[in-house]
Design a protein around this ligand. Sequence first.
Ligand code: CP
Length: 309
Amino acid sequence: MIKIFNLNDVISIKDFQKKDIEFILNEAENLEKIAKSQEFSDELAGKILGMMFFEPSTRTRLSFETSMKKLGGNCVGFAGSSASSVSKGESLADTSKMFEAYSDALIIRHSLEGAAKFISDIVDVPVINAGDGAGQHPTQTLLDLYTIKRQFDKIKGLNVALVGDLKYGRTVHSLAYALGMFDAQMNFVSPDELKMPKETLHDLKKNNVKFHETNNLKNVIDEIDVLYVTRIQKERFPDEEEYSKIKGAYLINHDLVKGKDLIVMHPLPRVDEISTDVDNTKYNKYFEQAFYGVPVRMAILKNIIKNKF
Ligand code: CP
């Protein structure tokens, strides 16, 4: 059998080539039936997934756990370091070594950018980055792309607005690179204080990716196919006063999107940036998007664990 997907870890979307992403999206499509039904597979029977969640999570943690169980495997781990020996002063390196001893792959969410890369260098099992501070969230990007592809049957040529916290938002950092690989056009909509990092803009320019920056959503709303909204993340601001000035910069409600030819996505959790009056409309794709975390993460786990064993 030709092994098409040959990544050993999932740390950054920048480690993926377009063909790797396409492979995972195709695999997810094949697995969606199991994800949606009462069915299970035994492809990862006997395998254990170690889950180290140092930061809060609902969707990423639960969808990985569901995915592992749907594939016949099992999970161990912690959600919040207070329940682990990290609270006694154990280092991240030692904690990771223990997970390596007890499991066949590791998932880590941590507030420090680079945490997943750090442990992938010291353990011998596959490591998946479930979000590292303001760095990257590659598996979120794969399910975001899957959602877009399910909706439009393509990604190339679509016009996508990434809105909100583009400075600290790890989901949009990963997504911008991936959309660039698929020749989508991007509008970066943010307050001046929360613009996309210069390094990301530099990389996109180097790859001839088309993007436009603005702080006014109304400038672009008539042109876009996807309105990808993010939360202004209070927990990432060094200064709460700065957060207070910017919070509520964008409010997406039904009046704003009514009559437009677009879908609304959000990695969630939302606070108040999308009004609940969008929830029961055709524009809402954010709950479906969260569900797609299961087939997409099943595809990732199946291939990354099979590559190792
Ligand atoms: N999208 C996302 O990462 O959600 P959680 O923080 O709930 O995992």
